[in-house]
Every structure is written in structure tokens, then in C-alpha cells.
Design a protein around this ligand. Structure first.
Ligand code: ADP
Ligand code: MG
Length: 699
């Protein structure tokens, strides 16, 4: 089986040479714990990521003849020398009765030189290459053996591991655990048969130590029935846990926000536009949820510019109409401030006190704001995560709205949720422009109702997107000028420099200078994360009022900024941004009636992934389609980030390829939870698969 070459196997104890000497038992335990392997069952469910075939030995002549792939050979060391050309390296020759092959080690320990002394018999596995001086293996995996040593009868598992935790320790720990663990199947035999699943014990044993006859490809691509069983169990545990969280939520009390009254009606009537059908539909869904006596947990998805804010404000109006307070939390000051202005302008004329609460308020202002919140004079509070501080107490918080929810950690959302009174949990409305594909939403957010605004307000013209080589910057500057001449406004987004915020700032400052020089008749502004909130605000105000035509920005404008007159977006080094980031940035234009353009400046040559991203951006403006492609390019783990997934929850199942299993697991979970006789099955299954980790899944 072809496998990537590996570092030489280090034989204990001579070669375990981490600083500080031997890997002690306690040490090993700590390292296993770091991988989350605490109990015997944890170890047993730590399954191989691949296998090595050490069950066969080829003669050296045969291996050399076949070449090209990984083979295992056995021979006696005939030569052992340290070469220096082109660099220091250990060259070892081994021979059997059919021939001779060179083993080359670029990095080696002194102990290895001794270990591979002439006359030593070894087995070596590696890719056979034909070099100038004949056949060789570079960095083979090898083992010193006695003549006639038996070959393993099963493939050798290779486990996901951590630093300083060699495979042999993991293998031994797992094999030991397999002897002690309780193998009882958590699922009733009848269910296992009906679902055509393998039995638990043989499936898991086979995955650890597959015999050579087992279809290797099915093992590697995880389509083997043994994998299916494990994936099913994993998905079932996840679904059970999520559904239980849902039941738990429904058993909790929340204030029923029954009244869509005066404020809601006056507000909707005063809006300068009519809600789109999609907005009205999701509003109805939210309104129905808010009337319930258990807390709503709803995600409001809608592409950038779909008009989520007004829906959120109408939800807040219902809470206020019903005599409760509402809070809206946004991830950045700029965004919170925009919400505040917009919503305060809508609501204050109708007699609602709206309060603004962020970290940047002066102490006195903050004290005043928190007093207004606590006394209940403030009916609606808008701010950043300052809202969740201990000092903030609400009179009677009925609804929590979290904008750009993916920007917040699970803990932050929980804290806000716990700000309700006397055990009542506020209803929760989360908003996101980053659409989550259906399969992901279903598994990761089983305890979340989802509303989707799938229609943009009328009168928007589609954004035209072009990718342009960086060396045509002059043309781009000319377009910026032309746009400004026509009375339009421009965003110029500076490159993302992940390694260094300071460097990013420097680049932004330079870009600003260059553009200001190139466009002397225009007012060119600069906004970045290091500015004080008041300075940031002054700049955003000037841009909103069209006193400033060009706004050079770092990614601080990524979310939510709303200036409808801006119709040209330039993104420098677009190849450094992720798809959803590009989509968010592009969404800053195309908000008015003017035809909008997004120019993606890139530095060639482009890598494969960057090329795919830019192509996707050119081809579509549909956020859901973009999310789908993003998932394709990156895979779900990265797509969600550990922040959202609450640590990679699925280790074995793959949501793309195992969608059918997700459905089955969900149905089974449903059936088990609705059958009182199955309570114990549910418990043991969850215990086996999640142990103490269930908390992660609850938010
Ligand atoms: P997002 O969903 O990205 O948060 P916003 O709520 O900021 O979008 O709305 C984008 C813009 O569209 C705002 O200027 C908003 O006032 C406007 N808008 C929202 N709903 C409608 C509508 N039904 N008709 C016209 N304009 C609307
Ligand atoms: Mg928004």
C-alpha cells in the first residue's frame, strides 16, 4: 500500500530523546489526555487514520524491480557510513540473497549509527527510488529484528497523534484498553439488524487491526461497513444529544411575548419601504415563536443586504409591546453604532428609550447607561459584548438578538442568555449573513430553528465582479476617479496580513497616502482597527454624508456597514481573503439603485485555491452558492471553525459523503427519545460516545 514516507521509527528507550529523557508513564498519560484520551473507551474509539502494511516482505531484487511504491524488505547491514555530499547524511546498505539496496537518512541520531551497525538484521519499509548509484530508500521506516522474526498478521494502524507521543505508545495504550473495556453493544440487536449495521465490537476491532484480506480502499476511504457502524454511532450520539438539548430548552420557562401592539404597528407603518415577502414570512415565524412560553432559539439567515436589521427591530418591538426589554449585540463598535443610529431613529420618535452600551463609553456614561438598563427605563439596549458584563443587569430582558452570531463564542452567547430574570430565559434571535448549508445546519444546529430571507429588497442591481492583476492598478485608480466624478463613493480594502497587525496598519497607511496623492481632487479617508471609536465614528460619518468619496479600510468594514451610495469596491490582494470574507466585503456595495462593481486585485501567480475562490466570486453573488463552494473547497471542519462547532464534534462521519447516515441517525434518535423504554439505551450510548463532552453541543 503506498503511504507517505515517515520519520524513522524510534525504538524505546534509546531513541526516545525528548529533552528530559525518557517518556515516563505519567508523561504518556498526560500526552494522551491532551488528545482527549482519558478513559479506556476513549482509547478504543481513537481509530486509525491510515494503515501500514508490514505483513509482507519482498526480496530486495523484487522490490527494486517493482520500484516506485512502498515495499518492505529485510536484509543484513553490509555498509554503514556518514557521507557529506551534498550534506551530512547516514548511508546504510542492506543485502539479502537477491540483492542490495541503499538506505539514506538525512536527519539521524548518533544512536542510529550504532543501531545500524554492520551485521545487524533489519526490516525496512519505504519507497524504492532508482538513483544514480542504484536503488535506494530515503528515510525508510525500519526495525531491528532477529532472523525468522514473525511478520504481523494484520495491517499496522497509524493513529492521529500529538507531539512527543510516538505511535508505539499509542498502539500499546489502545491494545491494553481493548482488553479491559466493556464491549457491550449500546444498540439493541434488533436495531442493528434492521439498519444493516455491523456489530460494535467486531467493527471496532477490525478498524484497529484489519487482516490483510480486508479491502484496503474501503478502509482508507472509510466506506467499509466497520466504518459505517462507527459513523452511525457517532452521528446518533450527536443527534441524541442535540435533540435532548432541544427538549431541555422547551422545558424551560420564557416570558411569552404575546403582544404585537402599538409600537410594532406604528413602527411598521412608519418604515419608508414595504417588507419583502421573505421578510414578512420570517417575521411571522419569529412572532409565533416569541408568543411561546419556552425560549425561542432561532437563526435568521439572509444574504448581505437582505434586510435582517428591520426584522430584528420588529422582533424587539414585539418584546417592548409585551412589556419586556430587548438587547441587540453586535461584534464590532462600528456595526453596533450603525444599528443604534438606525434603530434609535426608527424607535425614539415612537417614544421608546434606546440605550447604547459599548466598552469605549466613558465611565460616567457607562454607569448612566447601565442604570437606565437596570431601572427598566431603557427598553432596548444596543451594543457590543460590553452588554454581557457582570455589571449589566436588566429589569426584565425578554429577547436577545445577536447579530453576526458566528463572530461570537458559545460562552458569550450563553452569558447573554443568562441575563433573564428568575430563571426565565430570554428568547434568542441570532442573525448571520454567512449561510450555513443545509446538512451542516441540520447536524450542528439541530436545536436551532432556521429562518431564511431568500430575497433581496427590490431595486437592487446586481454587482459586477472582476478579477484584475495587481499590475493594472493605475487603471483601477482611474476608475475610482471616474466613479467619484459621477457622485458615487468607493471602498478600497487593504490587504489582509494575518501575520502582523502592525504590518497591516502600515500597508493601509501607505495605500491611503498613495491614493490621496493620486486623487488630489477627492477626499480620501482611512479607517482601521487601531483608531479610537470616536475617530472611527467621525470618519464613518463623513463617508456616510458623502463628504468623503473614497474610504481606505482594513477589514474593519467587513461586517454590516451600510452606505447605499457606495457603488465601487476595490479589494487589494483579494487572493489572501477567504470566500465568505470576500462575499461580506463585496456586500458593502450594491445596496443602492446604482450599478455596482467589485474589483478584486490579485497578485499573480495565483495558487489553485485562490484561483477557485476568485472564479467563484466572479461567477456568483448568491451567498448560499458561495457557502456551498466554500464548503467544497475547504471542507466542513474548517468551514465552521472550532468556535462554531464547539470543537470538531464529528471525528469520523463526513457530512458531505455521509448525508444518508445523518438522516438515519436522526430518525433513530427521534424514535429512541420517544420510546420511554429506550431511556437506558440513550444514556449508555451518549456516555460511550460523548462522555463528559455533551455541554459543547448545547448552544
Ligand atoms: P443585512 O441583512 O445585510 O443586515 P440591512 O438590514 O443592513 O441588511 O439592510 C440593507 C439595506 O436595505 C438597509 O439600507 C435597509 O434599510 C434596506 N432595506 C431593508 N429592507 C428593505 C425593504 N423591504 N425594501 C427596501 N429596502 C430595504
Ligand atoms: Mg446586518
Amino acid at each position: 500500500m503506498p503511504v507517505p514516507t515517515q520519520k524513522p521509527v524510534k525504538k524505546p528507550p534509546a531513541n526516545v530523546r525528548k529533552s528530559g529523557g525518557k517518556l515516563t508513564a505519567a508523561n504518556a498519560e498526560a500526552k494522551l489526555a491532551k488528545l482527549g484520551l482519558r478513559t479506556d473507551m476513549d482509547l478504543v474509539l481513537h481509530l486509525p487514520m491510515r494503515y501500514e502494511d508490514e505483513t509482507q516482505v519482498f526480496t530486495i531484487a523484487d522490490a527494486c524491480l517493482r520500484g516506485g511504491q512502498t515495499w518492505q524488505v529485510e536484509g543484513v547491514v553490509t555498509k554503514n557510513e556518514i557521507g557529506f555530499k551534498p550534506r551530512r547524511q547516514l548511508l546504510v546498505h542492506i543485502a539479502d540473497e537477491t540483492g542490495d539496496i541503499q538506505l539514506r537518512f538525512m536527519n539521524f541520531y548518533g544512536s542510529q549509527v550504532k543501531q545500524l551497525a554492520e551485521g545487524t538484521r533489519i526490516r525496512a519499509r519505504g519507497e524504492v527510488k532508482h538513483g544514480f548509484f542504484g536503488a535506494e530508500m530515503v528515510h525508510p521506516v525500519y526495525k531491528v529484528i532477529n532472523e525468522g522474526a514473525p511478520l504481523p498478521a494484520s495491517l499496522t494502524p497509524v493513529y492521529p497523534s500529538g507531539e512527543g507521543l510516538p505511535q508505539y505508545i499509542l498502539r500499546r495504550a489502545i491494545t491494553d484498553a481493548m482488553k479491559r473495556v466493556d464491549w457491550t453493544d449500546t444498540l439493541p440487536a434488533e436495531l442493528v439488524r434492521r439498519m444493516h449495521l455491523s456489530d460494535f465490537e467486531p467493527a471496532v476491532r477490525l478498524l484497529h487491526y484489519p487482516t490483510p484480506e480486508v479491502d484496503e480502499h474501503a478502509l482508507m476511504d472509510r466506506s467499509h461497513p466497520a466504518w459505517t457502524r462507527v459513523k452511525f454511532d457517532e452521528l446518533l450520539a450527536q443527534q441524541l444529544s442535540l435533540k435532548r438539548a432541544q427538549q431541555a430548552r422547551r422545558s424551560k420557562g420564557a416570558a411569552a411575548l404575546k403582544k404585537v401592539g402599538q409600537l410594532s404597528k406604528a413602527f411598521q407603518a412608519a418604515l419608508p419601504f414595504k417588507l419583502t415577502n421573505a421578510q414578512q414570512r420570517v417575521l411571522d415565524e419569529i412572532r409565533a415563536d416569541l408568543r411561546q412560553q419556552y425560549p425561542m432559539q432561532r437563526l435568521l439567515q439572509g444574504d448581505v443586504g437582505a434586510g435582517k436589521t428591520v426584522v430584528a427591530a420588529l422582533a424587539a418591538a414585539q418584546a417592548i409591546d409585551s412589556g419586556y426589554q430587548a438587547a441587540l449585540m453586535a461584534p464590532t463598535e462600528i456595526l453596533a453604532d450603525q444599528h443604534f443610529r438606525k434603530i434609535a431613529a426608527w424607535m425614539e420618535p415612537l417614544g421608546v428609550k434606546v440605550v447604547w452600551l459599548t466598552g469605549s463609553l466613558k465611565k460616567k456614561e457607562k454607569t448612566l447607561a447601565t442604570e437606565l438598563v437596570e431601572s427598566g427605563e431603557a427598553r432596548l439596549v444596543i451594543g457590543t459584548h460590553a452588554l454581557i458584563q457582570d455589571t449589566v443587569r436588566f429589569e426584565n430582558l425578554g429577547l436577545v438578538i445577536v447579530d453576526e452570531q458566528h463572530r461570537f463564542g458559545v460562552g458569550q452567547r450563553l452569558t447573554l442568555r443568562n441575563k433573564g430574570n428568575e430563571g426565565a430565559i430570554p428568547h434568542q434571535l441570532m442573525m448571520s449573513a454567512t449561510p450555513i448549508p443545509r446538512t451542516l445546519a441540520m447536524t450542528y444546529y439541530a436545536d436551532l430553528e432556521v429562518s431564511v430571507i431568500d430575497e433581496l429588497p427590490p431595486g437592487r442591481t446586481p454587482i459586477v465582479t472582476r478579477a484584475i492583476d495587481q499590475n493594472r492598478r493605475d487603471e483601477v485608480v482611474a476608475r475610482v476617479h471616474a466613479a467619484a466624478q459621477e457622485g458615487r463613493q468607493v471602498y478600497w480594502v487593504c490587504p489582509l496580513i494575518e501575520e502582523s497587525e502592525a504590518l497591516q496598519l502600515q500597508t493601509a497607511t501607505e495605500t491611503h497616502q498613495l491614493l490621496a496623492e493620486a486623487l488630489p481632487d477627492l477626499n480620501v479617508g482611512l479607517v482601521h482597527g487601531r483608531l479610537k471609536p470616536a475617530e472611527k465614528q467621525a470618519i464613518m460619518d463623513a463617508f456616510s454624508a458623502n463628504e468623503m468619496q473614497v474610504l481606505v479600510a482594513t477589514t474593519v468594514i467587513e461586517v454590516g456597514v451600510d452606505v447605499p451610495n457606495a457603488s465601487l469596491m476595490v479589494i487589494e490582494h483579494a487572493e489572501r481573503f477567504g470566500l465568505s470574507q470576500l462575499h461580506q466585503l463585496r456586500g458593502r456595495v450594491g445596496r443602492g439603485s446604482a450599478a455596482s462593481v467589485c474589483l478584486l486585485l490579485y497578485q499573480s501567480p495565483l495558487g489553485q485555491i485562490a484561483k477557485q475562490r476568485l472564479m467563484t466570486m466572479r461567477e456568483t453573488t448568491d451567498g448560499f452558492e458561495i457557502a456551498r463552494r466554500d464548503l467544497e473547497i475547504r471542507g466542513p471542519g474548517e468551514f465552521l471553525g472550532s468556535r462554531q462547532s464547539g470543537q470538531a464534534m464529528l471525528r469520523f462521519a463526513d457530512l458531505e459523503t455521509d448525508g444518508w447516515l445523518v438522516d438515519q441517525a436522526r430518525d433513530t434518535a427521534h424514535a429512541l427519545l420517544h420510546d420511554p423504554g429506550s431511556a437506558e439505551i440513550v444514556e449508555t450510548h451518549l456516555e460511550r460516545w460523548l462522555g463528559g463532552r455533551e455541554e459543547f453541543l448545547k448552544v
